[in-house]
Design a protein around this ligand. Structure first.
Ligand code: LLP
Length: 404
């Protein structure tokens, strides 16, 4: 990955820490996937949870993207920036009554149902509103996605979706209800997938169910949602080829007249983004070297939470490298970006660039230690612009101060 972004200039202009996203890269990723599915009707519904900044989502809306949402808040973000309601999907194992009602009133494409109990609630609420709820059912195909256990979702031991037999029962119930319209089927087996074979296995299982529903129950689905999960480069991963990915899915759907839906998050934005922080101090405890930077686990939690690897680059000319831990100021030993990595000797204010930070970076940030969430910057056509202000102390206390 070569840098075409002038991180120094951005640091001078906007201070540190900051996230920066290359919007041209986001366009490229979206178009690559859309093109891979060109042989069919397809809908790319960007998984907003990966990076929900309104400017990012609007940028994708302008490409024609739909949205995969997991809260009504995400649905509203999508609508706010012009994603058409018929391209919005609402998923998640624990939707509240209010969320379901609002989704029905907003008339989005479909609610992706994850349990029999939820189907029952959706039916009741649709009845109350005298509407027919368009639904899909999330099937858990019991396939091992061969990824990190925290981001694996397609096994029966995970909380997501329902097994095939339950799904069948749910489709029958939906077909017989005046208030449910079963239009889709969904599966998502995990995130950061770098192997095609589990995806192939899963889509084949689900495609067979679609055929079975049609033949045995005369239920004809319109949308086949393969979820998200395409992996990106953090280190030296060999990625799934997008054309092969699309081809595998299209082959599984042979003979079916159905629109393919795909919900990529990380693939679209992950490698577009960098988290940039600056060196505050170096210190040595016994013989352990630490570089302390102004960014922390509250800004980018992936290393602390998943032990995730992110490529780290120090922007200085020093060749004198040695092992160290790169850590933030938060009062937790778990506050680190990398452990035991070789980095050059640093000076106060040297910049450190953390790569592959466009997905699940800012969206998982918090105000822990009363640290304001950082600024977000977009680069498009070589122009930079701020797309979210750095949070101030006043922003952080606004909802509490009035109760003093
Ligand atoms: N669709 C569903 C139903 C999902 O659960 C997810 C992600 C996606 C789509 C998008 O997956 P993607 O294309 O981004 O892999 N915080 C974790 C990742 C959690 C993923 C949750 N679900 C991380 O930082 O790695």
């Amino acid at each position: 990955m070569e840098n075409k972004i002038d991180f120094q200039n951005l640091a001078q202009k906007y201070q540190t820490p900051y996230y920066v996203y290359d919007f041209d890269y986001i366009t490229k990723q979206y178009q690559e996937l859309k093109t891979a599915f060109k042989a069919r009707k397809s809908l790319i519904s960007y998984a907003i949870k990966a990076n929900s900044n309104l400017s990012v989502v609007r940028h994708l809306a302008q490409q024609g993207s739909g949205a995969d949402c997991v809260s009504i808040g995400e649905v509203k973000r999508a609508l706010k920036v012009g994603i058409a309601k018929y391209k919005i999907i609402f998923s998640g194992v624990g939707k509240t009554d209010d969320e379901i009602k609002e989704a029905l009133e907003l008339d989005i494409l479909m609610i992706n149902v994850e349990s029999e109990a939820e189907l029952h609630r959706v039916e009741l609420l649709a009845k109350e509103l005298n509407k027919e709820a368009r639904i899909s059912i999330r099937v858990n195909p019991n396939v091992d996605p061969q990824t990190h256990p925290y981001i694996s979702t397609g096994l029966h031991e995970n909380k997501f979706g329902v097994d095939i037999n339950t799904a069948k029962r749910m489709y029958i119930k939906a077909k017989n209800s005046d208030f449910l319209d079963p239009i889709g089927i969904h599966c998502h087996i995990g995130s950061q997938l770098t192997e095609l074979s589990p995806i192939k296995e899963a889509v084949n299982i689900v495609a067979n169910l679609v055929r079975n529903l049609k033949a045995a129950l005369d239920i004809e689905l319109k949308f086949f949602d393969v979820g998200g999960g395409l992996g990106i480069v953090y280190d030296d991963e060999k990625l799934i080829d997008t054309n092969e990915y699309a081809q595998t899915i299209l082959e599984a759907l042979f003979g079916l007249d159905i629109t393919v839906v795909c919900e990529p998050g990380r693939f679209i934005v992950g490698n577009s983004g960098y988290f940039v922080t600056k060196v505050l101090y170096e210190k040595i405890n016994s013989d352990k070297r630490f570089i302390i930077v102004d960014g922390a686990m509250n800004d980018l939690i992936r290393p602390s939470l998943y032990n995730a690897y992110h490529k780290i680059e120090v922007l200085n000319q020093n060749d004198n490298k040695s092992k160290c831990n790169l850590v933030g100021p938060v009062c937790e030993s778990g506050d680190f970006f990398a452990k035991d990595i070789e980095l050059p000797q640093t000076e106060h204010n040297d910049l450190v660039v953390i790569h592959s930070a466009g997905a699940y970076g800012f969206t998982m940030a918090s105000n822990y230690n009363t640290r304001g969430r950082v600024a977000e910057i977009a680069i498009e056509n070589n122009q930079d612009r701020i797309i979210r202000d750095r949070e101030t102390f006043e922003d952080m206390i606004a909802l509490e101060e009035k109760y003093l």
